[in-house]
Design a binder for this molecule. Sequence first.
Ligand SMILES: [Mn+2]
Length: 392
Amino acid sequence: MKLTAISSSLFLSSISVVAAHNGHHDDLQMPLDYVKYPYQAVYHPGDNEVTADSIFSGITTFARLPWVKCLGREKDAAFDIAFIGAPFDTGTSYRPGARFGPAGIRAGSRRLTLYGGYNVPLAVNPFLSGLKIVDCGDIPVTPYDNNYAIKQIEEGHKELLQRTAFSPLGNDTSTGKPLVPISADGKHHPRIVTLGGDHTIVLPILRSIYSAYGAISVIHFDSHLDTWKPQVFGGAPSEQAAINHGTSYSSLQHGAIRTTLSGPADYTNDDASGFQRIEAREIDTIGTDGIIKKIRETVGDKPVYLSIDIDSIDPAFAPATGTPETGGWSTRELRTIIRGLDGLHIVSADIVEVAPAYDTNAELTTMAAADVLFEVLSVMAKTPLGKIAQED
Ligand SMILES: [Mn+2]
């Protein structure tokens, strides 16, 4: 599907928003009750209710979603969208610290549901869309052995992805016809949003995604290519050193690129990997609309995996990252571009390279990461991973 104008593609894609997302009720699928009365003091001495529950208190999960021990005691728990941390940073080439990314992003996400969580430009409240959305905590990851850690991440991710989604796909809203899964294995998989972690984690995640969907499109927002040959990182003195956060990709659309290179050959290698590039500076000439249009033309209507390096945002807005590059997009611009993916089948996503130790006390970076994921979650909530069955 090649679209000539972004406005028409947004219109077309909004048609298939699902009916099945309504009508489900399970109190696990919503953030905690404080959403209804964010300022109400819950604790009254003598009452049975003794849990302080406002956005600045209590135990922090992503957007204050229910914590489900999906990889432990509750390994049969079903959900539609799960947040999971991958606290791995032993693949970093510059500033380490992304192992604290999941905890930092959760802290930065506390305010997401303060006013209820309705996304005005996308006209959806993902938390009240009927989907069961949970925080599964973190995948246990060793900091001592990268090969083993990558295996842990792949298996942890697969463990979640290979469950059957909680809500049925339902019917297409425009035709009323039943939807069938878009996966290669015919199963209705839940979606996983991974909190990194350095960018190395995307390699095992894509292996997991491949097990369910086969070959898919990847949209990669990053100031860097991440298709570098290991030699660019000082050679690969061992098999271990060849696995790092700059060498994890093998397919499709980059956005926000602005890194320096070892030379033009890096682009030749990137081309050979099958990537289309959008340079960060293109925002000055074609704007966010032009960037959205380019991405959608490349991706078409294929299932998409979305990987967001926080360093696609300028360090003025998101300083706490492993390899900062000036000249990036603002938080507002990246959020606009992600909303422009409305209607795409985003099968899963991640945000990586958030290293909270380099943040300001105002939590600029972790808030930016959480808010960007709010846009991703909203886009996911609007479009089910289903298609109308082909009659033959
Ligand atoms: Mn990067």
